[in-house]
Design a protein around this ligand. Sequence first.
Ligand SMILES: Nc1nc2c(c(=O)[nH]1)N[C@H]1C(S)=C(S)[C@@H](COP(=O)(O)O)O[C@H]1N2
Ligand SMILES: [Mo]
Length: 332
Amino acid sequence: MVLIKKRPSWEMPEREATPEHVFLNRRKLIKQAGLIAAAAPLLGLPGCEDGGSQSQAAPIMAPDPTASLYPAPRNDSYVLDREITDEALASTYNNFYEFGSHKSISKAAQKLVIRPWEVKIDGLVEQKQTLSFDELIKKMPVEERLYRHRCVEAWSMAVPWSGFALKSLVDFARPLSSAKYIRMETFNDKRMAPGQKAVWYPWPYVEGLTMAEATNDLAFMVTGVYGKPLPKQFGAPLRLAVPWKYGFKSIKSIVRISFTKKRPKSFWQETGPREYGFWANVNPEVPHARWSQASEEILGGGGRRVATQLFNGYANEVAHLYKGLENEPLYM
Ligand SMILES: Nc1nc2c(c(=O)[nH]1)N[C@H]1C(S)=C(S)[C@@H](COP(=O)(O)O)O[C@H]1N2
Ligand SMILES: [Mo]
């Protein structure tokens, strides 16, 4: 466990404590929106002459430019065998090593600046391109899906993700037929994410899938949860959800998507090659090097454990992807 000393947010100069785009656009926003200007004394906009307030309280949040997409229409093909995890709990129990190697990173993750957010698409594609997240999402069919999520640490949750099939993004990217894998990368900025100061980790976080996995219907790019744009601690603005695999495959805050011939080496594979592999498919019968995977604790279930299912219950959808690969370490 890493302890990194950092200033509490109330000690931060306002430029640091405020997401860049909010800072830069604040004056414009206030000019445009009479409502916000009228509310300024209440909201305590620092340095806002129009508002006339001297308060130094919390800065306002700019409206999320994708807010109107949510709640997205639910795709009823994806059903749960358990209750949806309480939103407050799922939002405060997160794995996001960029902000610390423990579960209580939700506050620290608010330092993540999610606008502007560029996504680079490169490698074996017809045409490399970089586009903003807001441009990208406009081209994608956004829907809601109820998915289970099984962390390799043997806890699980069930959440209503919003987003689009990874397959839609692959189609948009136009990979060459020589592409065998998709590789995804998280941002790398230790000023924003203090966890990235830990030099013993191979930053940035990287994950990958085969093309067959990436184009399977279940592979989902997440942009929202609980009917709203994705909160930062969940890996805003763009993260993966591959629910038949251990949670660490579901990479957060993606900035780069590359198509490759070579199998990508992931963050956890690099960190602990004896414990974490490329496939990481959920299997109750194959224990982790240090614990059993036979059961899992349901987050918010008062300590209740349930039996873990092969492919986390998604065998019908994905088992065929692994025919003929029996000699591969499919479950680590
Ligand atoms: N970039 C990045 N992505 C990540 C992680 C991380 O530390 N960094 N943790 C993974 C793990 S182990 C899990 S269980 C899930 C947690 O997602 P949640 O916080 O939305 O529940 O994110 C995955 N994606
Ligand atoms: Mo995890």
